[in-house]
Design a protein around this ligand. Structure first.
Ligand code: HPA
Ligand code: ZN
Length: 341
């Protein structure tokens, strides 16, 4: 065992008690099959599965697109404000149980407006659950609107227009969905407008796409964080640049395994990233589809790579230093980690 842990169980307990932030979580990807069935019944939406077991069996993916096809189909059961509230409340309860103290949540409004669900319905339900979690658990949050990159920039612009009345509740914009063939450069203008509105900026890059997409996200979109970023490791100059800038990477180990970004969890590049001085974090991405929430992600990668106490503390610290929390709040969480460790 790595430094100081007597057993795998002791390390698991250390992970469970560690104060953490989650920075890469698609709220629609937290839709558990049980809730999918309940909402399908509530809204009389047909779904092509006979049982929860059948749904789980369908979650075998060979790449990002395989997953996205089933992810967009799954979210079709989300219709009312209450649905979005219940989805978000269920995720926040799981996060709280994992000792997650702060979350930065993505949502995909275009996955809903394209089906005739109003933008306002989506955001009202999500933000109601976020407010309740803050009151009940002291769990704080930021909300990040993602543009679907397989759609046009004009459609992203229209989505940003729909968000304008809600800017007091939206902290940033991101870029997700099918990466290859949809480079960051396609969204340069809408990101510039979001920046002008004072929003934080993030983008998925280097999950399946080449390191050049990470460079574009930095140079053209001027992002504050990179979501995934795994393929940055193929470009040593980019690695140095990311490390020098202290730019946070929101890494998702179980997602990488399920989407075949890595062949084996033991081959996950998380330690390589830390050793290169990258500000990597551990996140769950789409926990219902990829088989685990934050602690399960820490656990899987800690066991496979035999992560040390110091490495786990670094990952948790990175999750707060990479967050969009105000300085005082961030420092309070970092002090809590130090006290724990
Ligand atoms: N990558 C890209 N788009 C996504 C993902 C992801 O991991 N999850 C939900 N949308
Ligand atoms: Zn993601």
């Amino acid at each position: 065992m790595a430094d100081g842990f007597a057993s795998v169980a002791e390390r698991a307990a250390f992970i469970a008690g560690l104060p953490k932030a989650e920075l890469h979580l698609h709220i629609e990807g937290s839709l558990e099959p049980e809730l999918m069935f309940e909402l399908a019944r509530r809204n009389a939406i047909p779904i092509p599965f006979a049982s929860v077991e059948e749904v789980r069996a369908a979650y075998a993916f060979s790449n990002l697109q395989d997953f996205l096809d089933i992810y967009y189909q799954g979210m079709s059961v989300l219709v009312t404000e209450q649905d979005f509230h219940d989805l978000t409340a269920a995720y926040l309860a799981r996060a709280h149980a994992d000792n997650v103290r702060h979350v930065e949540i993505f949502f995909d409004p275009q996955g809903h407006t394209q089906r005739g669900v109003a933008f306002d319905t989506v955001i009202a339900g999500i933000t109601r659950a976020l407010s309740e979690a803050r009151e009940r658990h002291g769990l704080t949050s930021k909300l990040i609107l993602c543009f679907l990159r397989h759609l046009s920039e004009a459609e992203a612009e229209a989505t940003l227009d729909a968000a304008l009345p809600w800017l007091d509740r939206i902290d940033g914009v991101g870029l997700d969905s099918s990466e290859v063939g949809h480079p960051p450069s396609k969204f340069e203008r809408v990101f510039a407008r979001a920046r002008g509105l004072g929003l934080k900026l993030v983008a998925h890059a280097g999950e399946e796409g080449p390191p050049a997409y990470v460079v574009e996200a930095l140079d053209l979109l001027k992002v504050d964080r990179i979501d995934h970023g795994n393929r940055s490791l193929e470009d040593p100059a980019l690695v140095r640049r990311l490390a020098d800038a202290g730019l946070c990477l929101t890494v998702c180990p179980l997602s990488n395994l399920k989407l075949c970004v890595v062949d084996d969890i033991a081959a996950h590049p998380l330690r390589t990233m830390l050793d290169a001085g990258l500000a990597a974090t551990v996140n769950s991405d789409d926990p219902s589809y990829f088989g685990g929430y934050v602690n399960a992600n820490y656990q899987a990668v800690a066991d496979a790579l035999d992560l040390s106490r110091a490495e786990l503390v670094t990952l948790a610290r990175n999750s707060f230093t990479g967050s969009f929390l105000e300085d005082g709040e961030r420092d309070r969480h970092l002090a809590a980690i130090d006290a724990y460790a």
